[in-house]
Design a protein around this ligand. Structure first.
Ligand SMILES: [Ca+2]
Length: 430
């Protein structure tokens, strides 16, 4: 990439520009550029220095818990070999939660607490705020969360949000037509899903949207954190702590696992989750989730129809007070996570890379790390994690979202009150 090209696309941070004349207004800083193994990749104290040693070197919070199988936690550390650059596409966003790519190259970005849907140009300029977003309950973990384009109708967008209700709130999902040029708006908005029951909680409502190849929509949900909600993660009469599957118009598919079960909500696909913010399909179109656990209990789960993922009966973590939560780490009929983290990483989003721009990363899992302030990369083979890497640790940014652009580059959102960023990872060109 030439310096001129960088300037045109508004890139602020680009290693390939190091030989170009310095721009006095936007000086390159060494710390802003992450390079690959053996060529100056920065690491933090939490990243193990020994090749093959686990990247996590801190002691576990719950040392008495043992994994159910080898490499269920603390897989060998791996290092990316290709060089890549981190470009700051945009900043100044207020708690951005999710981004989506429009067919013309523009971006939609949600701002959580403000409940705004920002329309950005491909170069990161904020063009407009899309009008017509419903009122949201923007406290704490609430607000406007995910945004996803319909895979079959690129003018139709889906949003998830904490919906204020009499007696509390709940997650809702709406679809609308995105119309307009200079003054874009959501038109013909229709709520297609409402999490039940209503509860007064500002936490753990999930909110990630994933379209399946058959056109159905998966929605990840949480158990609302407070005890009256948590206990419903095992209750089929409640949406709390579930993944649900609906048609894009809100109808319940007849082949959902609990359709016809007395007292069960037909939209439920799986149960026993704590709070799922990361979800993605792999190359075989299977659904995986990265699940926010308690202290010492974040999980990666491979989702199978109708199964029970155990929360709060089993798990590997504990309360933040140090109190015990689970009866055990394993039990018959309850699924084991493919991988867990103790200490936690706080997974905000999951991407399974399918592009061609980074051949080395094809089929790897990327998780946006909030408390871990890292982009976590997992190498997964035969449904086992065989390698873990922590990228971008030198930036010390909470990472909220990770997404693959149409050109195969990787976009991130950083979680910040008033300078949330859009970052782009691209191979270094020579
Ligand atoms: Ca679990």
């Amino acid at each position: 990439m030439s310096f001129k090209t960088c300037a045109i696309v508004g890139v602020l941070l680009c290693a390939a520009c190091q030989h170009a004349p310095p721009n006095p207004h936007q000086p390159l800083q060494k710390a802003d550029v992450v390079e690959a193994d053996g060529k100056g990749q920065s690491t933090s104290a939490r990243v193990g220095p020994t090749k093959g040693a686990p990247v996590e070197t801190a002691p576990p919070n719950v040392p008495g818990n043992q994994p159910a199988f080898p490499q269920q936690t603390r897989a060998p550390g791996v290092r990316t070999q290709h060089r890549f650059v981190v470009q700051r596409i945009a900043g100044g966003l207020k708690l951005p939660w999710a981004l989506e790519f429009l067919p013309d190259g523009r971006l939609l970005v949600t701002e959580k607490h403000a409940g705004k849907l920002a329309l950005l140009a491909a170069d990161g300029r904020r063009l407009a705020d899309v009008s017509g977003v419903p009122k949201v309950d923007g406290r704490d973990q609430g607000g406007l969360l995910d945004v996803a384009l319909s895979p079959t109708d690129p003018e139709r967008v889906f949003i998830s949000y904490y919906e204020p209700r009499d007696g509390g709130n709940g997650l809702a999902v709406a679809s609308a037509r995105l119309v307009g040029g200079a003054a874009p708006k959501l038109d013909q908005l229709q709520v297609v899903f409402r999490m039940r029951p209503t509860l007064a909680s500002t936490m753990h409502a999930g909110g990630r949207l994933v379209f399946a190849p058959d056109g159905n929509l998966f929605i990840t949900l949480g158990e609302r954190s407070i005890l009256p909600g948590r206990v419903q993660a095992q209750d089929l009469a409640s949406d709390f702590g579930k993944l649900v599957r609906i048609r894009p118009n809100g109808e319940i598919p007849a082949d959902n696992p609990f359709v016809g079960t007395a007292g069960a909500r037909g939209e439920i696909w799986t149960l026993g989750h704590r709070n799922v913010l990361g979800a993605a399909l792999d190359g075989q179109k299977r659904l995986w989730v990265a699940e926010m656990g308690p202290r010492g209990g974040d999980e990666l789960n491979l989702i199978e129809r109708g199964k029970n993922y155990g929360w709060p009966t089993i798990g590997y973590g504990e309360e933040y007070s140090g109190a015990r939560i689970h009866q055990s780490t394993q039990a018959p009929g309850l699924e084991q996570p493919i991988y867990y983290w103790d200490p936690v990483i706080s997974p905000g989003a999951l991407l399974i890379y399918s592009g061609t721009l980074f051949p080395e990363w094809r089929n790897d899992f990327f998780i946006a790390g909030l408390s871990s302030k890292a982009l976590i990369r997992l190498v997964v083979e035969h449904d086992r994690v065989t390698g873990e890497e922590r990228l971008l640790t030198d930036r010390k940014s909470r990472i909220r979202d990770v997404a693959q652009a149409p050109d195969g580059s990787i976009y991130l959102l950083t979680d910040d009150d008033d300078d949330g960023e859009v970052l782009r990872l691209a191979p270094e060109e020579r």
